[in-house]
Design a protein around this ligand. Structure first.
Ligand code: NAG
Ligand code: NAG
Ligand code: NAG
Length: 364
């Protein structure tokens, strides 16, 4: 974590707040399905690494010409908000042009996500056979269930499922790596998100030493009367829950049509919430209180976050990991990449070094 913090200070890394990290041992080929829209770090631990890619539709070339791909000082690459069209093969080679690792990544289109809730009796997609001549079977390969998004009280948990194709006697392959340039229209070929109810004990008990961030004066857009809130550090791969005036917003409520005053965005796994009325909204990631949004209907359009930030200095305590991670997320956040914010964060971190207790960052 220290390294990333240093990188942040040096402004050399556009992304590092939150990403999916994929490591393939040297000499191996690693196949991986992921959701498009994610930010992905592909490791290659050699100095002077050269990366090439081979997208399923085009020929191979030098990755450094792709705008959302950054080669890091250590040799790894970061693909920011990957597109489905970036599905393909990524090779890392050493100085002598010898292949070190080979990643085969299927960025499955998150906008086609099939969302179901077990508690509502909704079924995931069924297996299906394709007629490409090899008895291809399309099925969903599920990731493990994520943690429950709340503890002590009833919550929900989710899991991501990827589209895979299996032919008899062979290892299943992520759908679009299997198909390559072949285009088929199939409503079955989609990634999935499944939700179910859960209730767990709190382990460990929630600590009183919380770090969170306050977004003050969040404005509803006058025209549409709504706006989107983004929970820092959340993602489709991590448990997140929103509260509206201390009441949890659930997928069940949304999918059953009961909660109509908000909309959890399926394609971000609920990291983004669309709101239509003034209230206090809170979000929790991995059961930890992360941010509070004071949303107000007002004339101002969603200019929302002005770069005027007040860091409450009554705050003490070690710069907690959350605060540091927040700094990273904020740096990459589209709205908040202001240098002012970074400076204030640094001040806050410095001011709080060596003391202990609560930390709050106020964004006006
Ligand atoms: C990267 O390589 C160096 C030297 O080859 C080694 O010392 C280090 O442990 C490696 N790091 C990882 C994460 O594999
Ligand atoms: C890739 O392109 C970058 C910038 O255009 C260049 O500096 C680098 O040497 C190229 N790498 C290879 C392996 O061609
Ligand atoms: C769907 O296919 C997968 C992979 O072949 C298999 O593991 C699973 O049991 C199948 N499910 C059903 C309902 O047939």
């Amino acid at each position: 974590m220290l390294t990333t913090w240093h990188l942040l200070l040096g402004f050399t890394v556009p992304v590092l707040g939150h990403y999916v990290s994929v490591t393939c041992p040297p000499g191996k080929v690693c196949q991986q399905a992921l959701l498009s829209g994610s930010t992905v770090l592909l490791h290659c631990n050699i100095s002077g690494a050269r990366w090439y890619h081979f997208f399923m539709m085009t020929s191979s070339s030098n990755v450094s010409i792709i705008p959302n791909v950054n080669v890091m000082p250590g040799g790894s690459i970061v693909i920011t908000k990957a597109l489905p069209s970036q599905t393909g093969i990524y090779y890392c080679r050493d100085k002598n042009n010898r292949q070190v690792t080979r990643y085969e990544i299927d960025f499955q289109d998150v906008s086609k996500l099939h969302l179901t809730h077990r508690g509502l009796g909704q079924r995931p997609l069924q297996n299906e056979t394709l007629i490409l001549g090899h008895k291809e079977r399309v099925f969903t390969q599920w990731e493990p269930w994520q943690d429950c998004n709340r503890c002590k009280k009833p919550g929900e948990r989710k899991r991501v499922g990827y589209c895979y194709i299996e032919v008899p006697l062979e290892k299943p392959v992520p759908c679009w790596l299997y198909l390559g340039a072949i285009k088929i229209m199939s409503n079955r070929m989609r990634p999935e998100l499944q939700v179910e109810d859960c209730q767990v004990q709190c382990v460990p008990e929630p600590s009183s030493n919380m770090n969170f961030i306050i977004f003050d004066n969040y404005r509803l857009n006058e025209g549409s009367g709504s706006t989107w809130l983004t929970c820092p550090l959340a993602s489709i791969y991590r448990p997140v829950v929103w509260e509206l005036d201390d009441r949890p917003l659930t997928w069940k409520g949304q999918l059953s049509g009961q909660d109509v005053s908000t909309f959890l965005d399926p394609s971000t796994g609920g990291q983004q919430l669309q709101i239509f009325k003034s209230a206090i909204y809170k979000c929790f990631v991995q059961q930890e209180f992360i941010a509070r949004f004071n949303a107000q209907g007002n004339q101002d359009a969603l200019g929302a976050l002005q770069d005027k930030i007040k860091a409450e200095e009554a705050l003490q305590g070690q710069p907690g990991p959350t605060l540091r991670r927040l700094a990273l997320t904020l740096l990459v956040g589209t709205v908040l990449a202001a240098a002012t914010l970074l400076l204030l964060l640094l001040r806050l971190l410095r001011a709080s070094r060596g003391k202990r207790s609560r930390q709050t960052l106020l964004v006006k």
